[in-house]
Design a binder for this molecule. Structure first.
Ligand code: TYM
Length: 331
């Protein structure tokens, strides 16, 4: 059976982009066809300015939402990254095969560090080494496939490069992983600025959160920026706002963006259908989330068992890497 690994950062409230780009597939497809691990990557949330209490709260919330979205602890392993030391143990070894130039070329590093500097802040060293920790997350588990949205592809490619380089230098240790993307909605765009990704840390009306009330979802989608055209057509380059709505609608209804464009004769009707489709997709997730919030002990139990399973899976690979790279076994 294939091994699948993926993760989500507790840096903000979970968005429709996270759901359509990644989480929904984890629940509907990956956990059923593979030996799958899903991780709340809380260490990654410390790479930018953070409030400790908020990270803790968002970590619990992400776990609860993942279960609400359909992850089943009988089928997959769900846990918190900081509960399994193997991630940081392996990350250091991978820092010893990665180069600083490689890190500086990462798009997310360039974007996030520029934003941080614009605000007059300093850039945490961990933001630069972030992709190495992410590679460790993936490689520690002998992962074959990493289901992610489009924005994470460069990071998964780095994990591949590091795996190949380590294997060449020190002997075969790691499986070389591959990113898998959804057919539609691999990059859900901000509704107010459809040339940039809908991100957890964006603020305002451009982001639909998984826990938004139906009326808030409707309002945000009805106010989405489109263009001055009239006819509905799918053209992500020239008409990114309309294309984004078509992709969201396609992802929610199982259709495809081009043929959905043909059946809408105005932006108004496209927005209305998209809003209702999103509300319907979120409804069962939100209902299950309410139930799970009433049972925090269940969620804690899932995370405890998950961490135990994950530790047992990661330890042999990480120990092998320690020996391969030249570290003396403990006596
Ligand atoms: P994160 O927390 O930003 O996002 C979690 C998942 O959601 C996807 N995603 C999107 N997909 C479509 N449209 C969007 N607007 C959108 N926004 C986010 C992301 O691609 C991701 O799949 N670095 C990762 C977390 C991570 C990880 C890992 C992932 C750490 N270690 C190991 C996989 C394997 C991140 O920041 O995801």
């Amino acid at each position: 059976m294939k091994r699948v690994f993926s993760g989500i950062q507790p840096t903000g409230h979970v968005t429709l982009g996270n759901y359509l780009g990644a989480m929904r597939r984890w629940a509907e497809v990956d956990q059923h066809r593979a030996d799958a691990l899903f991780c709340i990557v809380d260490l990654h949330a410390l790479t930018v300015d953070h409030d400790p209490a908020r990270v803790r709260r968002l970590s619990r919330q992400a776990a609860t939402l993942l279960l609400a979205a359909g992850l089943d602890p009988e089928l997959c392993t769900l846990y918190v990254q900081s509960h399994v030391d193997e991630h940081t143990r392996l990350s250091y070894l991978l820092e010893c095969v990665a180069s600083d130039g490689e890190m500086r070329r990462m798009i997310q590093y360039k974007e996030k560090s520029a934003r941080q500097r614009e605000r007059g802040g300093s850039v945490r060293l961990s933001l630069l080494t972030y992709p190495v920790l992410m590679a460790a997350d993936i490689l520690a588990y002998g992962t074959d496939e990493v289901p992610v949205g489009d924005d994470q592809v460069q990071h998964v490619e780095l994990a591949r490069d590091l795996a190949v380089r380590f294997n060449q230098r020190y002997g075969h240790t790691f499986v070389v992983p591959e990113a898998t993307l959804p057919g539609v909605a691999a990059r859900v765009m901000n509704l107010q600025d459809p040339t940039s990704k809908m991100g957890k840390s964006d603020s305002g009306q451009g982001v639909v959160y998984l826990l938004d009330e139906p009326d808030a979802v409707r309002k945000k989608i009805m106010r989405a920026v489109t263009d001055s055209g009239q006819e509905v057509g799918y053209d992500p380059v020239e008409r990114p706002g309309v294309a984004n709505l078509l992709e969201i609608l396609a992802a929610c209804t199982g259709g495809n963006p081009e043929s959905l464009a043909d059946v809408h004769d105005s932006y108004g009707s496209l927005k209305k259908d998209t809003a209702e489709a999103v509300v319907e997709v979120l409804r069962p997730v939100q209902a299950r989330h309410r139930e799970l919030c009433a049972d925090p002990a269940y969620v804690e139990g899932v995370l405890r068992d998950g961490a135990e399973k994950a530790r047992a899976l990661a330890r042999p690979t990480v120990d092998t890497a320690y020996r391969a790279i030249g570290l003396l076994p403990p006596v």
